[in-house]
Design a protein around this ligand. Sequence first.
Ligand code: ADP
Ligand code: ASP
Ligand code: MG
Length: 440
Amino acid sequence: MALIVQKYGGSSVSDAASIQRVARRIAQTRLAGNDVVVVVSAMGDTTDELIDLAAQLTSAPPTREMDILLTAGERISMSLLAMAIDALGVKARSYTGQQAGLITDAEYGRAKIIDVVPGRIQKALDKGMVAIVAGFQGVNTETNDVTTLGRGGSDTTAVAFAAALGADVCEIYTDVDGIFTADPRIVPTARQVARITYNEMLEMAASGAKVLALRCVEYGRRYGVPIHVRSSFSGRVGTLVTDELGTGIPGLLPQDAQAANEAKNGDDMEAPIISGVAHDRTEAKITVVGLPDVPGTAARLFEIVAISGANIDMIVQNVSAQQTGLTDISFTLPAADAPAAIEALTKARADIGFDELLFDDQIGKLSLVGAGMKSSPGISAKLFGALRDAGINIEMITTSEIRISVVTRAEELDSAVRAVHSAFGLDSDGQAVVYGGTGR
Ligand code: ADP
Ligand code: ASP
Ligand code: MG
């Protein structure tokens, strides 16, 4: 008997029939003798629809009210799921994040988990019940207000409860069969990987692969929670996110280990050089034109951006023009953070002393990720060559030890991803299945 945390994403519970399908899987897991904690997301695209509704009323909704609004989505799915499981004759209880004991700081919309106190969840398990927890929400105990963890945060809720309860595995059920070498919605020939390390998945998630939320992977790495990403539609064995690849497959339940051996859906004897190609269309680029090229300018500029609350990603500074001693700095940031950053910079224009600001939200970012990169020469050359052959211009470049990222025009991003994926020989013979979801 194991303690299993299962998380079901929005596309897995998009309507009554899907909720019933998921309820059957949960009931089966419970009836097989396991203790089961379920974390559930809002149905389908509910969260996006609630955001759209708020946007019809105001361009700057108060963040506290926004969090109260968004947590409603998960309250709907958690209670419906509890009813569906109960109807199958298995006892289930649903809990909001607050009731479940997920304590956060007071940063609405991007709250960080401070503590998980799963007393009520443990009690429900002790009584033989399936405990259902609303994803992506918690409470700040100073204000006693509900908070949300940021988009995709139900993954983090699941791993946080898995860590707090000492679960054997955290299963993330979604609308694809696991983690692929690229988003199967863009690259149908993407290859499913059997295993990936926390570090590689961290880079993939940080580079936009939304199959797992970044903070969920960080949390999993810190507490050593094996994460198993799989489809709620097919039930096939998916992808394990674990420590450095070695022998043994921690986190696979016995029935899955057998299926994994039979299916041999990947080869984890030797770690591949490249784990995948990620993409991100949620960033924008700001160029600050005509900055004085003197010590302290960049510090001043980015202090102001930081105070606006924006998270900087890439930065490029041009060489300064000799006659003028002026230079330009371009940086990328989440498009959602751009209005505040632009407002703050515009106010500080005289102080920093630049000529003008250019804003561009029609950019895309492609990232090639792989731990083997640091010991294999020629990876950048091959990446740039693939983009050249596809006629795609590179606007910015950054690298880390195990990642190379480039910015392209937004409309060229899909072709760029396909070109790079092929150039690195990542295509499989088969076609990846996307079982549901709208890709929103
Ligand atoms: P959920 O609603 O279950 O949380 P998400 O939409 O957040 O699902 O994440 C699953 C989606 O992630 C897939 O449908 C796929 O389009 C996308 N995705 C992006 N990169 C990858 C990747 N490397 N492997 C698998 N899926 C990916
Ligand atoms: N419902 C939230 C979102 O859409 C949280 C989640 O699904 O993980 O971002
Ligand atoms: Mg998600």
